[in-house]
Ligand binder design. Sequence first.
Ligand SMILES: [Zn+2]
Length: 351
Amino acid sequence: MSDVADETTTNTYDGFSHMAMVLTPPSSHDDMGALKIVDPDGDLILRSERSGSIKVCSAALRRASPVFKAMLFGPWKEAKPATGTWVVHIDDSEWPNALDIILPVIHGVPFDPPAVNAQQLSEVLIFADLYDMRQLLRPWITQCLVQHCKRGVEWKIPIYNQLRLLPLLRVAWEHGLADRFSTLLKGAILFGYKKDLEGLRDAGTICPENPHLLEKPAQIREALVTEYLEFYYKECETPCLAFDPPKSLAEMAERRTCHDGKLAVIGESLYPDGPVPKSAKDYTSRICNLDIQMAEVFQSELQVRKGHEACHPTPRFDVFKEALQRKIDCYKVLQPADETLLAERREKWGL
Ligand SMILES: [Zn+2]
């Protein structure tokens, strides 16, 4: 008969104790049995895969969101049944943490904003869009964001895998944080793996006004890797520069020894796991790794014989890196139209 009659466990819902649950979301279906209570006098049970069953007030939902209003008080199957418990199923697969965060907020239950991480904040933004709750949630989201930026933890740690990067990009774009958005994307080019950058291309929903923005980093990454590989192969081909031209058999032999020695070191050390990739498409690791390996080999491991200082790649590598750095510095992530859009956003959020 009633869905709730079988619920034997009940949790009293408050902003602090439920944080533990948000950080370790329920993974088994057993947890679906526990009823969480946002409003003890609530008349509606929201049921979802990730957040389980939550007792709420239908009027609070109606006031907070025109979408909830239409859904719950229109001629739909979600409308209140004539008899029995009012249960509405919600698909929260796209935003598994959002209900647990938003429901207390719209019921006036205190909630600790700094405890929300970028992933959770990003889900709240998606939810706020879907349920047309931007206006209502804006002060709360802004407060979260300000706290989040103050703590700075997730913004400063250069972890550029997709899971960490996507929510941060979404939050930065949504709030018009142009500098953070640019820094994150530039960082991803240097510190992300190939798959992370390629994953960005499929994440156009993060900046729907200009989804092509996220295609560029993978192309730039590939261009930079190509330059590194070209430098490497050119260095391999550069002959010994001492005794040029050689005047004796002994000098010819010494030139050969110099070149063979150099090849032995840079060939073996640069890429210990196998042959150096021929093309940037085959290089899957991070650019920063390639850079560090090259610097170690060219600047530390390779020794040249006396009189062969010109054969050492270090000065050429330094020039190469300076040129590359200039290219990265000049790369504009955002177009003028993006800048304008983000400036308006920033103002709208009062940041
Ligand atoms: Zn030499």
